[in-house]
Design a protein around this ligand. Structure first.
Ligand code: FMN
Length: 195
């Protein structure tokens, strides 16, 4: 089957950084440029509009939460990239995930994680633990750590970077193949790394 025969794969990208010049957000925007044919990667913007998670308010109307829940429900897979703050996941990202715990939107979604810093291992490990606990399907072969080194690279510069672009492209290809495999077989188990 060629890529043109397949239904489009829609990936929702979520950055754990609210910074305007965020390297994690730039990495996700670069991923959108490097996505394989038939795959679109759209960045979710609005983490900072979400209220603080409070189980008492889970059933209240909230446009910002509706937007998050609709975007997660509509995607075929989720791609994260997050900074590490004091060895943890930024509160704004964990807050967004906490709002999704009680719903059905996240359950069973294929998930991949990009990491722009080899030093930041705690936040990725914590995010992976949360994703698995929330019944997301982590695709290890679709996840990768790169060394961006500079936090000032534009998405275009990252996408053209000889040291990091091939790893991102490879991970995204593996992620798209895993999403495709889940479509055919919901019990598919992704390889821990590409064969
Ligand atoms: C408050 C704060 C705490 C941080 N703690 C860590 C840490 O524990 N480990 C680490 O590797 N980097 C840490 N950093 C560095 C950030 O993870 C790093 O600057 C990251 O690239 C920022 O991502 P961004 O450019 O997407 O905003 C910290 C930065 C800040 C501002």
């Amino acid at each position: 089957m060629s890529s043109s025969d397949r239904a489009e794969i829609r990936v929702l990208a979520i950055s754990g950084s609210l910074r305007r010049a965020s390297s994690n957000t730039a990495l996700l925007r670069a991923a959108a440029l490097l996505a394989p044919p038939g795959t679109t990667i759209e960045l979710f913007e609005g983490l900072d509009e979400l209220p603080h998670f409070n189980p008492d308010r889970e059933h209240e109307a909230c446009p910002a939460l509706d937007r998050l829940r609709r975007a997660v429900a509509a995607c075929d897979g989720l791609l994260f990239s997050t900074p590490e703050y004091a060895h943890g996941v930024p509160g704004s990202l964990k807050n967004a995930l906490d709002w999704l715990v009680g719903g059905h939107e996240f359950t069973g979604k294929p998930v991949a994680v990009l990491n722009p810093s080899p030093h930041s291992t705690f936040a990725v490990a914590s995010l992976v633990e949360t994703v698995r606990t929330m019944s997301g399907r982590l695709v290890e072969a679709g996840s990768t750590t790169v060394a961006l080194r500079s936090s000032k690279l534009s998405p275009e510069a990252i996408a053209a970077h000889a040291d990091v672009a091939p790893a991102i492209r490879g991970a995204l290809g593996a992620f798209a193949r895993a999403i495709e495999a889940y479509r055919c077989d919901p019990n598919y188990l992704p390889p821990t790394r590409e064969p």
